[in-house]
Write a protein that binds this ligand. Structure first.
Ligand SMILES: NC(=O)c1ccc[n+]([C@@H]2O[C@H](COP(=O)([O-])OP(=O)(O)OC[C@H]3O[C@@H](n4cnc5c(N)ncnc54)[C@H](O)[C@@H]3O)[C@@H](O)[C@H]2O)c1
Length: 259
């Protein structure tokens, strides 16, 4: 493909694009005509880029490492000629309360779930400014609003992501739009790994189903479609906001049950 043809296409970066929600976002964005760059620390994600084909690129990258992020983003700009959309999706889940959390574990969760989004935005925004436009989508969680027990660092990082979202929207609008998506329980490798820690994974899975008003767990595509919409020209009046895609999780209170 010539450089002219490449520049006619928009480019999206998806962190943690090798699995789960990130992979679904890669698929919806690619379907919608984006050149897609997958940043993931898992080498197996190369096969995802191969599956997407010519307009896709995989770069092995730990997105909590500034040097790796800055080099990866420069390589993407060199290959595709522009960066139009950044999806800060990479994340990890750890289970602990404040008193149980070691300083190392706290730093790990903050670095992977929050610092990574700051680093990617920091290094991508100058390229977006050069082009005069861009969209940043931060994958937060319903845990920015409601919390499970034993997820102190995770729920803290996901809540802070909303502040980062607002700051980017305020500091770089109107050229750059920045939104957060807040998924409920989504059926991904992260969820399967989490419930496998329980003595009865099937019971926990059913509990997850039951706590959503729509009586199901979300699919990665439920979130991928929202991300594709927010990245598109259909969403040009969205910025600074957190958008929940959660099947109604946590909005029902008790106390008025009909017999
Ligand atoms: N699954 C859910 O129920 C759910 C709910 C709300 C929010 N989220 C959030 O959605 C995002 C994606 O979650 P998922 O369930 O798809 O997770 P997942 O574990 O299934 O996939 C995450 C991907 O991120 C990559 N990754 C992790 N750390 C990385 C790092 N330091 N550098 C680069 N890549 C890294 C992994 O290799 C993997 O490919 C996360 O931020 C998560 O917190 C998930």
């Amino acid at each position: 493909m010539s450089m002219e043809q490449k520049l006619a296409k928009k480019t999206a970066i998806v962190t943690g694009g090798g699995k789960g929600i990130g992979w679904a976002a890669c698929q919806t964005l690619h379907r919608d005509g984006f050149q897609v760059a997958i940043l993931d620390r898992d080498e197996a994600s190369q096969s995802r880029a191969d599956e997407l084909g010519e307009n896709a690129l995989f770069i092995l990258c730990d997105v909590s490492d500034e040097e790796a992020v800055s080099e990866a983003i420069k390589n993407i700009e060199d290959k595709f000629g522009s960066i139009d959309v950044l999806v800060n999706n990479a994340g990890i889940q750890r289970y602990s309360t404040v008193t149980e959390t070691t300083v190392e574990e706290w730093d790990l969760v903050m670095n992977v779930n929050l610092k990574s989004a700051f680093l990617c935005a920091k290094h991508v925004i100058p390229y977006m400014q050069k082009k005069g436009q861009g969209v940043i989508i931060n994958v937060s969680s319903v845990q920015a609003f409601i919390s499970q027990q034993n997820v102190a660092p995770y729920t803290t990082a996901k809540t802070a992501m909303l502040g980062l979202t607002r700051s980017i929207a305020v500091d770089y609008g109107p050229q750059i739009r920045c939104t957060a998506v807040c998924p409920g329980t989504i059926d991904t490798p992260m969820l399967r790994d989490s419930i496998a820690l329980s003595p009865d994974p099937q019971e926990v899975y059913q509990e997850c189903v039951d706590m959503h008003l729509l009586k199901r767990i979300g699919t990665p595509t439920d979130v991928g479609e929202l991300i594709a919409f927010l990245a598109s020209d259909k969403a040009t009046f969205f910025t600074g906001q957190a958008i929940r895609v959660d099947g109604g999780l946590g909005i029902m209170v008790g106390g008025s049950k009909r017999s």
